[in-house]
Design a binder for this molecule. Structure first.
Ligand SMILES: C[S@@+](CC[C@H](N)C(=O)[O-])C[C@H]1O[C@@H](n2cnc3c(N)ncnc32)[C@H](O)[C@@H]1O
Length: 338
């Protein structure tokens, strides 16, 4: 027992109870991360170690309780014990609000009232196939966020944070300079389209977003901002349409409706660039499998295999041309309007 007890979970040598222990208790470390991000602890750690009691005083926390939570997170590489206090690791630095690649909002996301309550209801999704969120926010996520601006602000910031890594990886694998006018459909705070415009000075862009998000994005000479609903309003005429983490929010019927709106507003030959995880066909570990259950619970959407994207695009009159993997778990699925 002792020889195998030290093997990590998931390896062939791990004792059978180990993955159960780890997964059953994963919520403890996960919630600790949400809370530490919520309290803004990382903002109070500078270049050197800081005692937990000073951090607690700065964040309005109980010193002993915060110390215990930090001790756990440090075992995951988030903060590091030093000189009786805690100092930053490369990961905990990303929890600082002022870090240019800050992931603080992303770390807060699943701790928000709407998401933590939704995951508490996951059994509803598994029993019925419907999103657990319907028990928490009966009108769906997007109307909920429109009515809860504080949670919406964290959500949109988290999407931008998530995109810090994705955006660079997408720009590395796809040459956007071949297009003249690119629509970013549901582009959030415009992080992807703005990065494209920064890199390619002959390209212009259009952000198409729900009003509460579009209102927060300033247009520029090369970026038009259109507020609208892709289920009811016409999309702008462009020669390329980007959708990053959009189709996975919706079931096949609704995702087909978005693609049909794209096909309707475009000319034959227009590019349709879907940035999503592509679900592997095999049993290997992949981030897509986590996101897929998240979509099941929250939006009623799903992650899809390449074959499923080919079918979905095909129904809307769009041919899947190729799938470009990136350095992150996301791929660019390129389609062309027939
Ligand atoms: C998961 S976020 C993705 C944001 C961004 N593309 C990214 O990857 O960071 C989905 C986005 O779709 C937008 N959205 C949801 N429903 C929409 C609708 N009916 N019309 C336009 N945008 C919508 C949301 O406001 C949100 O910003």
């Amino acid at each position: 027992m002792t020889a195998t007890a030290t093997a990590s979970a998931g390896t062939p040598q791990a004792p059978p109870h180990e993955p159960i222990w780890e997964l059953a208790e994963a919520i403890v470390a996960s919630r600790s991360l949400h809370v530490v991000a919520e309290l803004g602890v990382a903002d109070h750690v500078g270049d050197g170690p800081v005692p937990a009691e000073d951090l607690a005083a700065a964040c309005g926390a109980d010193p002993d309780a915060l110390e215990r939570v930090l001790r756990l997170l440090a075992t995951h590489g988030i903060f590091e014990p030093a000189s009786g206090g805690y100092r930053h690791t490369k990961s905990s630095l990303l929890l600082r609000s002022d870090h240019p690649m800050s992931m603080r909002a992303f770390a807060r996301l699943n701790g928000l009232p709407v998401f933590s309550a939704t995951f508490g209801e996951l059994e509803h999704s598994v029993r019925t196939g419907s999103p657990a969120l319907e028990l928490v926010a009966p009108n769906g996520l997007w109307p909920y966020l429109q009515e809860h601006p504080e949670e919406a602000a964290v959500f949109e910031e988290a999407m931008t944070a998530k995109a810090h890594a994705d955006v660079a990886a997408v720009l590395d694998v796809y040459d956007f300079s071949r297009h003249r006018r690119i629509a970013d459909v549901g582009g959030g705070h415009a992080h992807l389209i703005e990065a494209i415009l920064d890199k390619h000075h002959d390209v212009t862009g259009v952000l198409f977003e729900l009003p509460h998000v579009a209102d927060e994005v300033a247009p520029s000479p090369r970026l038009e901002v259109i507020s609208g609903d892709f289920f009811t309003d016409p999309l702008p005429g462009c020669d390329a349409y980007l959708m990053m983490n959009i189709l996975h929010d919706w079931d096949d019927e609704r995702a087909s409706a978005i693609l049909a709106a794209v096909a309707k507003s475009s000319e034959p030959g227009a590019a349709v660039l879907v940035v999503e995880t592509v679900m592997p066909e095999g049993p290997e570990q992949h981030w897509a499998k986590t996101l897929d259950v998240l979509m099941l619970a929250v939006t009623g959407g799903r992650e899809r295999t390449e074959a499923e994207y080919r079918r979905l695009l095909g129904h809307a009159g769009i041919d899947l041309v190729r799938t470009l993997p990136t350095a992150t778990p996301f791929s660019v699925v390129e389609g062309r309007v027939r």
